[in-house]
Design a protein. Structure first.
Length: 124
């Protein structure tokens, strides 16, 4: 059974940043998959043993870690990046250009809407 991976998610400007605590993980064991609207993070922490040691206590978690979540349609999945530093995995999920807030120009006067651009509103 995969172990729990605590994380924080924050919006920073035009991207989301996911920080996950994975102390003692070899970055080579981290696997991040994007499949449609799903982001899956997996990591592996092997048991470390000392030759000839008899352990009186073993509290440090070992084994598989995994989290899976849905990402919004406004995420540019082709530009997702990740880094690992001091036991923290950071995944950057940039917001796509089409999902970013934008201003809409307002035109004034009769020339602003031509008959071809007009919209008929029908009350229900």
């Amino acid at each position: 059974m995969p172990r729990y991976m605590p994380m924080d998610v924050a919006r920073v400007g035009d991207r989301f940043v996911l920080d996950a605590d994975l102390p003692g993980i070899d970055p080579a064991t981290v696997d991040i998959d994007v499949d449609g609207r799903f982001l899956t993070i997996r990591a592996e922490r092997p048991a470390r043993t000392q030759d000839g040691a008899t352990y009186l206590s073993r509290e440090r978690g070992t084994g598989s870690y995994a989290r899976r979540f849905t990402i919004g349609q406004g995420i540019d999945s082709s530009a997702i990046s990740a880094s690992y530093d001091n036991g923290v995995l950071s995944v950057v999920l940039p917001i796509s250009e089409s999902a970013k807030p934008r201003k809409v120009a307002v035109q004034a006067g009769a020339a602003a809407v031509s008959p071809a651009d007009s919209v008929e509103v029908v009350a229900a």
